[in-house]
Design a binder for this molecule. Sequence first.
Ligand SMILES: Nc1ncnc2c1ncn2[C@@H]1O[C@H](COP(=O)(O)OP(=O)(O)OP(=O)(O)O)[C@@H](O)[C@H]1O
Ligand SMILES: O=C(CO)[C@H](O)[C@H](O)COP(=O)(O)O
Length: 341
Amino acid sequence: MTLPADAIPSDDLRSLLQGARRPILLGVAGDSGSGKTTYTHGIRRLLGNDMVTSIPLDGYHREDRAQRRRSGRLPLDPANNHLDLVEEHLRALRAGKPVEVPVYNHQTGCFDAPQIVRPAPVVVIEGLHALYQHLLPQLDFALYVDTDRDVKWRWKFERDVSYRGHDPAELENEIQRREAAYKQWIDFQKTSADVVVKIHESDLGELAHQQYDGPVPDNCYHMEIVTAPVNLHLPALHLPMNLNAAMEADARPFMLAMVPSSYWGKRVNVTHIDGVTPIEAIQQLEEEIMALTGIARDLDSCLVSDEAQNSTMRLAQSLVAWPFLGKVRCLLSQWQHEDLG
Ligand SMILES: Nc1ncnc2c1ncn2[C@@H]1O[C@H](COP(=O)(O)OP(=O)(O)OP(=O)(O)O)[C@@H](O)[C@H]1O
Ligand SMILES: O=C(CO)[C@H](O)[C@H](O)COP(=O)(O)O
């Protein structure tokens, strides 16, 4: 939809969202350990923690870990989840009503007491089945995280053994059983997403064929942000880079490519990033986004710590957050127009 320029609200997004007629719902699907929480983290950081409620769908599993061990069923099976209850809750949240969310505790493998969740202006619904067909009409924006199997299994294995108390041998066995289940029940959801994040091992060696022979920096991945073309109605967004850095002796590898492409029969734009994004570039980019969202540096208490985030991950998070913020702004303009009309 094309809106006239005067329909674009001039106030910052935080203030507008606080007065919006209803919460905005963002669905995030992908496999376990694919990085769903990590890649929506930017929206939280750039809008402010107080503006976002997250609801993990793991609480809607029908069986806890011990029950699954006995039944042999996997949480990826949609029939092993209360997706009807998810739909009911999304409707309520969209209407601004609180819901009683079931909670799954990954440390114990058991369900905890349910929690009352009141929707913040943005509600993130995150889980294996978040973009299932009957849930899509309740969502305003859909994100899918599609991480290559070796990468996601490595992340999952490390996390599940260190923080979720899984037995390594049992987990390895379960991961193998998950392969086919993922293809059958989860993977197809990417075809409905507004943005897909694809994560591969770093391709620095391949991309700079026979040129780059340095070490691949730690935590460095080749990420593709696949975005359906949109008319963003947002101010220009810059990635300012000091090109001198590329000519100095200690230059670090960084690749950025923007490639119009096609994805499951649809026209898309794909932004590829790999290597180490210069930190000043990402800081300035985030400043520009914060000027739009209206989050101030003095709201530090609302900001989520950046320590664990590397600069290229932050660039990927911003590239996910930006089209989402574009959609938010478009909805707010539409509602403002309707209220005036
Ligand atoms: N780019 C990255 N670099 C390094 N580690 C990463 C990256 N993205 C995610 N991880 C690691 O992978 C693990 C899983 O990430 P995350 O919690 O975001 O996944 P998830 O899809 O939300 O998982 P789940 O649904 O199982 O809770 C985390 O331990 C995180 O630190
Ligand atoms: O697919 C998953 C989504 O995160 C988990 O495996 C599921 O939630 C069960 O958790 P756990 O393996 O810790 O018992």
